[in-house]
Design a protein. Structure first.
Lengths: 284, 380
């Protein structure tokens, strides 16, 4: 019995040594280092990320505009970045023990964003959404869009299998063989979609490209250019954002980057979010 | 916050934006005493506007049975509880609200005092609200489930408020109030679905659509109103409880404007929860059979007087005549007049839209039909 206890203690000591040793191998940097990689990946589980150093970005409250984030929630986000052939990829990873990817009333979804100045300059725009005349570019990802891209059908029964649906006029028999008429009928009851609001489903990508010149000015960017994948596990989210390298960004010309996380369980959406200030982004 | 005048409160109050009243204000009067909760209004709206994906549980117009009917669940009780004491000083010529509005009670970091209903709060509209609460065995008598020998039906749409909380709540200005008619709309191209308006609206008349990712609400059928035609829920009302039009401020009230007459001059129609501070523009003739201790909280301090006035309609030809215009035309009657026994609804240019008699003629049909040699029952 005594031997068994000794063996257990020894095993525990070895495990502790190994885990501490492995922890030391995670290279952290005070800035975000975008390292030149041999390939760009959309996948947060790709081995290419193993060579990139981690920046641990502490998240702080959005405290500039009402409604404000009054209670701290997500504490930090672990960031890696790689570049290749004019593209830059950011990998954000944060702890989240609840999956919120089904939207609904009082059910905001998990989300994240990467923000960059539109123009690299000595004086960066205001870190919270930029300022007038100093635009920021924002790549935004949402868990419900990811679920849609991953194959979840676009309809209330995908969210609530027992939901009662009386009748959708565009599913009427006379429109069955007329796709154009059916599409027009559907748009009559979906004004946001009819107006081209990119929030409307179904989604082909889980990302949205936006620009802003201050709080409340968020607008779709002229072109869509961000792609990637978000994956949830028991420990939280890992999301890869791939977008063009900021114009002029190089080893001798750094820029800044900022991050934001919305935790659905805590009702975070819009200005209710945890965010960082500007963090230096260096090309390595 | 700016200081604005809210005449329903009898005082100034704080609001997120400065006072900017529209050129004219869409408004309505609902006579609760005539509503039978047939839900024709609900279906008229539903089939016209909310039959799309994500709108399955969305009712821009609903009718609920008070005191225990809600859509969404406890929409009024929750906020009344959060708001705390709501008292009025009735010692002066006009009552003055001495409590706090939802704007004045906004917690730190918030734009208004609000809350968000859960998904299931929308899931059971009307289910059970007219039913008894327990099993009634054969041979036993039914006891009223809430020990109150009264209930009434509340038809509700967006109030197109003068000081909309949905508009104040939106951090990106996606909601606007039309300067030409005061109708409040969500810009579906700009909305990003944060649900702040859902949280902020005390009447819970903005709804999140999970399929479009935006919030949607009653639009007062503005394409119809622009043509001088009343909204769908008005023209389809078989109880003829509703009248839509435009309301002046009290100091500009005109006797020949139907809504001004009912709201400002006769004061027979009252706002819904004026103490919230939004200056809502759908006005209710309160139910005559309900204790004013209940309706006083819901419609403000003028309830007892409004009921007294309403009961006097039998001897008030103007009031009775104007109430007879309800549901008599699909057109928006911005003016009215009574000449003798005839009441007429007119448009802004003085064109006659409809005329109704003060008293409908009574035809008495004898039970026995001598032509067919049969005795008829009332239903044959």
């Amino acid at each position: 019995m005594r031997h068994l206890v000794l063996i257990k203690m020894l095993t525990a000591a070895i495990a502790l040594f190994l885990s501490a040793n492995c922890g030391n191998t995670v290279m952290t940097t005070p800035e975000v280092h975008a390292i030149a990689a041999d390939r760009i990946t959309l996948d947060p589980d790709d081995s290419v990320w193993e060579n990139a150093p981690t920046h641990i970005a502490k998240l702080i409250l959005q405290d500039l505009v009402e409604p404000r984030q009054m209670e701290p929630t997500t504490a930090e986000v672990r960031v890696k970045a790689i570049t290749k052939d004019g593209q830059i990829a950011f990998r954000m990873e944060w702890s989240d023990d609840t999956l919120n990817d089904a939207p609904g009333p009082r059910k905001p979804v998990d989300a994240a964003a990467v923000q960059l100045p539109a123009v690299i300059q000595a004086n960066a725009p205001a870190p919270q959404m930029g300022e007038q005349g100093m635009t920021v570019e924002i790549a935004y990802w949402r868990a419900d869009w990811q679920a849609s891209v991953n194959g979840r059908p676009d309809g209330i029964r995908a969210l609530h299998p027992n939901a009662s649906v009386d009748h959708h006029p565009y599913e009427a028999k006379p429109l069955e063989n007329n796709e154009e008429a059916r599409r027009r009928a559907e748009l009559r009851y979906a004004p946001a979609k009819a107006l081209g609001n990119v929030r409307s489903g179904p989604r082909e990508v889980a990302f949205e490209d936006l620009i802003a010149e201050g709080p409340g000015t968020l607008t779709p960017a002229p072109a869509r250019h961000t792609s990637g994948i978000g994956k949830w596990s028991d420990t939280g989210w890992a999301v890869v954002f791939v977008r063009p390298i900021p114009n002029g960004f190089s080893a001798t010309r750094p820029t800044q980057v900022a991050f934001a996380v919305w935790e659905g369980t805590h009702g975070e959406a819009g200005s209710r979010k945890m965010r960082t200030g500007w963090i230096n982004l260096l090309a390595k | 916050m700016a200081r604005v005048n809210n005449w329903q409160l009898g005082r100034e109050m704080s609001y997120w934006y400065p006072e900017a009243r529209p050129q004219k204000q869409f408004a309505a009067v609902f006579d609760t005493n005539k509503c039978i909760a047939c839900q024709t209004c609900t279906l008229a709206c539903k089939t016209t506007w909310t039959s799309g994906k994500g709108q399955e549980y969305m009712l821009w117009n609903n009718v609920e049975t008070k005191p225990y009917g809600f859509y969404p669940l406890a929409w009024d009780l929750n906020l009344l509880d959060m708001l705390g004491g709501q008292s009025w000083d009735e010692s002066g010529e006009r009552p003055v609200y001495t409590g706090s509005t939802i704007f004045e009670s906004a917690p730190a970091g918030e734009r208004v005092l609000g809350w968000r209903p859960a998904e299931e709060d929308y899931a059971y509209a009307n289910v059970g609200e007219d039913d008894c609460a327990g099993q009634v065995d054969g041979g036993t008598s039914l006891e009223n489930s809430h020990d109150m020998a009264w209930f009434y039906y509340m038809a509700r749409i967006c109030n197109h408020c003068t000081y909309p909380a949905c508009l104040a709540s939106c951090p990106r200005g996606s909601i606007y109030k039309r300067p030409e008619d005061g109708i409040v709309l969500v810009d579906q191209g700009r909305c990003r679905g944060y649900q702040e308006c859902v949280r902020g609206c005390p009447y819970k008349k903005v709804f999140y659509n999970a399929m479009t990712g935006t919030s949607e609400k009653c639009i007062a059928c503005f394409p119809k109103m622009e043509l001088g035609i009343q909204p769908q829920c008005f023209v389809n009302c078989i109880g003829k409880i509703r009248m839509a039009g435009y309301l002046s401020t009290p100091e500009n009230a005109r006797e020949d404007n139907p809504l001004d007459y009912l709201i400002h001059i006769k004061k027979v129609a009252l706002p819904l929860f004026p103490q919230f501070g939004l200056e809502p523009n759908v006005y209710y003739i309160p139910p005559v059979h309900v204790p004013t201790s209940f309706t006083g909280q819901m419609f403000g301090p003028g309830v007892a007087k409004a009921i007294e006035t309403y009961r006097s309609a039998a001897t008030d030809a103007d009031l009775a005549g104007l109430l007879g215009l309800f549901g008599s035309s699909e057109r928006v009657m911005t003016r009215w007049r009574r000449i003798g026994e005839t009441i007429t609804g007119l448009d802004d240019d003085g064109n006659v839209l409809v005329s109704v008699p003060l008293r409908e003629p009574v035809h008495i049909r004898q039970a026995f039909d001598p032509v067919q040699q049969v005795t008829r029952m009332n239903c044959t």
